[in-house]
Design a protein around this ligand. Structure first.
Ligand SMILES: [Zn+2]
Length: 252
């Protein structure tokens, strides 16, 4: 199974510069010396349909020092493959909450994310603040975003993408109810280095450190559409390593 996954990943690799995939050999050998340990958490097995304290939802059932990596707003042709490369070299898996419109623009990048073994979520169709627009339009944003991501990544309507993150966590009770009706898993987060600001990665790292000092487990959000996040990610992984953290890979 693992071998098949790597063959698929290598096939997708032809879409990108060969050097961008150099980390793959290390992953294929099953050796990531000194890297962060990882375990998997199945949301459906744990009966979890909503989580993330920054949207005032319940926290995930994590142990102290366990963190989930998540990336929002992509895919982007230039930056997302570099984030994938870094994760591959570290043998780690994240969840990517894609904007439907962007997934439609760059379906080959969207597919490469899934083929590398990461989990997929949707993040609306065009990243509007859903609580600030008419309810019917917000529902359409949710449904269209999900369908666009699903189609771009899996090329089929029969593989549901249940994970959903509200842009800016901006939900209403009615929209939360709609998400439940659509069988979505509402995924917020607990720790943000605010890399969306696009300032120096050192600033994002400083903010992350401060937050990790008080939040000893949870979901970290970053943005794979930002150039500075490509520089930030290895710093984040080093910081988590130094804290003896463990990565948790969420699966539906
Ligand atoms: Zn976003």
């Amino acid at each position: 199974m693992i071998a098949v996954k790597h063959i698929i990943a290598l096939g997708a690799a032809t879409l990108f510069a060969f050097t961008a995939w150099s980390g793959n050999a290390k992953a294929a050998n099953g050796a990531c010396p000194g890297e962060l340990p990882e375990r998997t958490l199945s949301l459906s097995q744990a009966n979890i349909t909503r989580f993330g304290t920054l949207q005032k939802l319940p926290p995930l059932p994590l142990e102290k020092g366990e963190y989930v990596l998540s990336f929002d707003d992509g895919p982007r042709k230039t930056t997302t493959p570099k984030i994938l490369d870094e994760l591959r070299a570290a043998c780690l898996h994240a969840t990517f909450f894609m904007v439907g419109r962007e997934a439609t623009k760059f379906p080959f990048v969207a597919r490469a994310v899934a083929e590398a073994g990461h989990s997929i979520g949707s993040h609306s169709f065009s990243h509007k603040r859903l609580k600030d627009i008419p309810h019917e339009e917000a529902l359409l944003e949710m449904k269209l975003g999900q369908a666009a991501v699903q189609w771009a990544v899996f090329r089929t309507r029969s593989t549901p993408v249940r994970l959903f993150r509200f842009p800016e966590n901006a939900a209403t009770p009615d929209l939360m109810e709609a998400a439940a009706r659509f069988d979505m898993i509402v995924a917020s987060y607990d720790v943000s280095p605010e890399d969306w600001r696009g300032d120096a990665p050192q600033n994002s790292l400083r903010r992350l450190r401060q937050r990790l000092n008080t939040v000893d487990r949870g979901v970290i959000v970053m943005h794979d559409v930002k150039d500075n996040t490509v520089l930030l990610l290895p710093m984040v992984l080093d910081e988590l390593k130094a804290r003896g953290a463990k990565i948790v890979h969420l699966v539906e």
